[in-house]
Design a protein around this ligand. Structure first.
Ligand code: KIV
Length: 277
C-alpha cells in the first residue's frame, strides 16, 4: 500500500513505529521498497556515500534531482522524501519554494526535507503553502558542520536542550508533517516525541522516537572508515560484495569464467563458413 504523509500521522496516532532508510538509486530503492520500508529518504548524505565528498556541502540541486528521479522510478509504496541541498533554501523563502518545486517536478519527490528549526520556519510554511509536504530536520544538522565544529551530539546543555524544544515546536507550528531528530540525547528526544503531535524520526536519538532512519550503507556495513555509534550493522553486505568481486577476479584470471552455461553458441556450419571465407 502506498505510504503518504497521512500514513505518518496515522502511525503516530496508533503508536506504530515508522521505518525510513536512505536510497540514492533505482536498484536499491526497489530492494528497500520490496522489503517494506515506509519511507525512502534521498538524503544529501549521497555526497559522502555515493560521491565521496567529506561532507554534504558540495551536493547540488542537479545531484539531488537525478538521484531522486532514479529512486522514484524504483519505489512504488514507500513515501519518497528528498533532501534540499545546502544553499538551495537558506538564501531566501522564494528560493526554498522554487527548489522544493523542482525536487517534486523533476526529481519525483513526494515530500522534501530541510535542516533547521526556528530560523527556517518561514521557509517551511511557504513550501507547505505551495502544497509540498515538508519533513524538518533538527539537532545535529550536517549542513551546519562548520558552525558546530564537527558532527557533534546536540542538546546536551540546558540551553541546547531548550533550543531543540523551541526548534521542534517551531517546525510543527510551521506545518512540517514530521521531524528528524539527529544525534540528540535519548531522554530529550523522548520528551520532544511526547510534546509534538507530528512524528519524530530518530537517527542517534534513542528508541522513543516515533520512527527511525539510517543511511543504508552504514547499516549494511558498506562504508569504509568511521561509522557513527548509532549505526547498527544489520548485515555485512560489504563483506559479501568483496567476496563476490574476489571470486570474479579469480575465475576470470584462471579461465573458469565464463563457462559454457554463460556462453552463446553458433552453429558449427555457420562458423565453418565464417572461418573458410
Ligand atoms: O542525508 C541524510 O541521509 C540524512 C539522514 C542522516 C537523516 O539527512
Amino acid at each position: 500500500m502506498k505510504n503518504t504523509t497521512g500514513s505518518f500521522a496515522a502511525a503516530k496516532r496508533n503508536s506504530e513505529k515508522i521505518t525510513m532508510l536512505t536510497s540514492y538509486d533505482y536498484t536499491t530503492a526497489r530492494i528497500a521498497d520490496d522489503a517494506g520500508v515506509d519511507a525512502i529518504l534521498v538524503g544529501d548524505s549521497l555526497g559522502m556515500v555515493m560521491l565521496g565528498y567529506e561532507n554534504t556541502l558540495r551536493v547540488t540541486m542537479q545531484d539531488m534531482i537525478s538521484h531522486s528521479a532514479a529512486v522514484a522510478r524504483g519505489a512504488s509504496n514507500a513515501l519518497i522524501v528528498t533532501d534540499m541541498p545546502f544553499m538551495s533554501y537558506q538564501t531566501s523563502v522564494r528560493d526554498a519554494v522554487q527548489n522544493a518545486g523542482r525536487l517534486v517536478k523533476e526529481g519525483g519527490a513526494e515530500a522534501v526535507k530541510l535542516e533547521g528549526g526556528v530560523k527556517f520556519a518561514p521557509h517551511i510554511r511557504a513550501i507547505v503553502d505551495a502544497s509540498i509536504p515538508v519533513m524538518a530536520h533538527i539537532g545535529m544538522t550536517p549542513q551546519s558542520v562548520n558552525t558546530f565544529g564537527g558532527f557533534k551530539v546536540q542538546g546536551k546543555s540546558l540551553a541546547g536542550a531548550k533550543q531543540l524544544i523551541e526548534d521542534a515546536r517551531a517546525v510543527e507550528e510551521a506545518g512540517a508533517f514530521a521531524v528528524v531528530l539527529e544525534c540528540v540525547p535519548a531522554a530529550l528526544a523522548a520528551y520532544v516525541t511526547q510534546i509534538l503531535s507530528i512524528p519524530t524520526i530518530g537517527i542517534g536519538a534513542g528508541a522513543e522516537c516515533d520512527g527511525q532512519v539510517l543511511v543504508y550503507q552504514d547499516m549494511l556495513n558498506m562504508t569504509v572508515g568511521f561509522t557513527p555509534k548509532f549505526a547498527k550493522k544489520f548485515a555485512d553486505v560489504g563483506a559479501v560484495m568483496t567476496e563476490g568481486f574476489k571470486k570474479y577476479i579469480d575465475e576470470v584470471k584462471n579461465g573458469s569464467f565464463p563457462s559454457e552455461e554463460h556462453t552463446f553458441k553458433i552453429d558449427d556450419e555457420t562458423m565453418k563458413a565464417v572461418t573458410e571465407g
